[in-house]
Design a protein around this ligand. Sequence first.
Ligand code: NAP
Length: 248
Amino acid sequence: MTSLTGKIALVTGASQGIGRACALALATQGATVALAARNIEKLDAVAAEITAAGGTAKTYALDVSSEDSIKSAAKQVLADLGAVHILVNNAGITRDGLALRMKLADFDDVLRTNLTGAFLLTQAVISSMMKARWGRVINITSVVGETGAAGQANYAASKAGLIGLTKSLAREFASRSITVNAIAPGFIQTAMTDELTDAQKTAILAQIPLARYGSDADIAASVAFLASDAAGYITGHTLDVNGGMYMG
Ligand code: NAP
């Protein structure tokens, strides 16, 4: 028996990077994990990894920028697995550019994927947590939601919005023993940050007191903690996992 045995977790953006690491960590703790993203082949590969390690996982095609996709994926997960006790809203995108020239489509796409998607998916599965009178919603925000970042007005707004969403939902669902928290990663080495230039990466490293980039496992460990009973008295919190880059 491990701490999450009997719990069902849904992780968005589980096909790679931080989401994949979170899914593996939750499965290691005994949770049955629903892996969701757009790329089903990649999800199947993650599910195979979990199964090979003795865990249980199932894959779901989900586009968090589409309300219809969210509704149908949530319905399918609930039909297959019976409940969602732990929701990790991790799927996210960037469309960087200076605000002066930013296209409305690039602003809207980032908000719809990173913020509206998290809201709608939470709305679609929270009643099963209410029924269980136990639940965990964990939203993956970002250090730039706290600090802002030149060239990322859309992304920073979406991530700051997630922090406000987290606090509001924490207040609404606390009476049902559902905690709602956010994790704010700093610079984590994934496909998302691989897009940055070497000069940008070096400049960021200089701002990290722990003098290393973060790993997806650093974030997954915090997700596993917030999902556990040990974190049952923590809600509405934003946990910085950033090597000291920003100390809120
Ligand atoms: P990543 O490697 O680019 O992975 C992003 C994940 O999101 C993929 O699994 C992708 O899967 C999924 N995704 C994107 N759009 C989606 C959509 N419309 N519907 C469903 N899934 C979608 O990024 P990452 O670095 O692991 O980032 C994960 C989260 O951490 C994001 O929210 C990001 O903002 C946040 N974060 C990352 C860092 C960092 O330094 N890496 C720092 C702070 C915060 P598909 O393409 O298969 O759909």
